[in-house]
Write a protein that binds this ligand. Sequence first.
Ligand SMILES: [Zn+2]
Length: 581
Amino acid sequence: MRYRVSMLHPHSHLFEVEGVLADPGPAPVLAMPVWTPGSYLVREFARHVEGIQADDGAGRRLPVVRLDKHRFRVEAGGAAQVRVRYRVYANELTVRTAHLDGSHGFWNGANLFLYAEGRVDEPVELTVEPPPGWRVATAMDGGPARFTARDYHELVDSPVEVGTHALATFEALGKRHEVAISGRGHVDLPRFAEDLQKIVEHLGGLMGGLPYERYVFIVHLTDKRRGGLEHERSTTLAVARTAFFPRESYEETLALAAHEFLHLWNVKRLRPAALRPYDYSREQYTRLLWWFEGVTSYYDRLTLVRTGLGEAKGWLKHLGEEWTGLSRQPGAGKMSLEEASVTAWVKYYRPDENSPNSAVSYYQKGELVALCLDLALRRAGGSLDDLLRGLHARYAATGLPEDGVERAAAEALGEGAARDFFDRFVRGTGPIEAPLDPVGLRLSRRVAQSLDDKGGTPPRKNGDDPAAGWLGAEIPSGAKLAVRTVREGSPAGTAGLYADDEILAESGFRVDRSALWDRMRQVGPGGHLRLTVFRKDELVEIPVTLGHAPEEVVWLEPVPDATPAQKSAFQAWTGAALPER
Ligand SMILES: [Zn+2]
């Protein structure tokens, strides 16, 4: 199919799209994808399609019959080709959607392009007609305005940025890399490109070379960090304009880039067999998302340590925060990683106030299970590096079978140990345990020391600091004291505090977060609070008896007096020295 995209009126947020299908047969069916790979949610891109018309390319109108929510049949009547024209409303700037306004355009192909059923494997041509002064960045071959893709899958896998973006280029392992930055922000582009180069060279080395000629980072600078989406030869990253300073924020940005870059192997080339080929008309299910997202998350921060872009200490803090976050989710005791993978379409991608009570994130728990698996493999003389490379070598061509990871782990760990590991951590809901001692680390626990305590760090040393009574409600910082979630079985839950309640006062006096925390410390475990909340528009009084705070805040730290063997195991694992205590 040949496509043409023009943007005559960018302020209208409408892309004008034309598709020409040769040899259409009597009644070709054209369909809009319902989802885009990498983002496991049915998004119904057809809802933004309007004004569809068809002709034979020579002036004869052809009838278009709407079949269902996303498919159209064209009565071709013997025409040699079918030309279909329509508009797509695009006003959602995320890494998975499409956007057009007076400043730039961006799309993932699944948002824009109808495909002819049964013909997604045929070569594709794309012509982009940008407004004057705009240029195109994409990983597809060709340019500046005409591109080719080997099939529809590549078209969908190649996001396109059109605008006045800044461009940096670098070479890594003999391949060309482009960084297209759209939007205004505080970025030092040459330095950012230099740091991306280190990541590319490291991960290229880890995976045995770069399997492309050219790779494109499309970076959107926006009001806040919104994530990334992986592709075979490119990625789109959406980060805050301010995401380049201070160091901790910049490391998050680099970790996001490393994450999406590693995905070019782990989920794009090494892909679940269940997702080969992609079916754009419906959900596709795999129990392996924990592997693809958890392992990739594990490597994103580890890559920063291994390249010297991040410090080992900061990484240990990050792992402690993730561990703490997992400890605070009753859902982790109910839902396994495999179930979280399969239910991503209705759970992970559609979170609500009850999610922490009922579900587990295959990113968060997956990252910690990857850590456990790596350390278990290292104790057995292997590593997760070897396992990942081995899986890629074996399954990149055919797809990773649902039991492929476990079978490969069994080869390294032994059948029984691998089954036990998967029963507990992947198929089961057992608490995370990692063999930390051989790499010179240990895990400690404590109670929270503030409403914002994310964990990852030892306790502040306030000897006379009284322990706060436990409420069990998550109250994010913000202008209002709004309850985000209420922990199942917690004092807040028992007392009848609800998610979305807005706390106004305690004992009849107005409170902010710090005053509320002070009261929780003052009355202590077993003490009473009298909360006044707005529940929607109704004022409600809720007496709460506080409980004993669980020791769920976790941090990792080097063992005292690490042995040379522990130090060298840490070094071999992370490429960095075991931090000083
Ligand atoms: Zn990912």
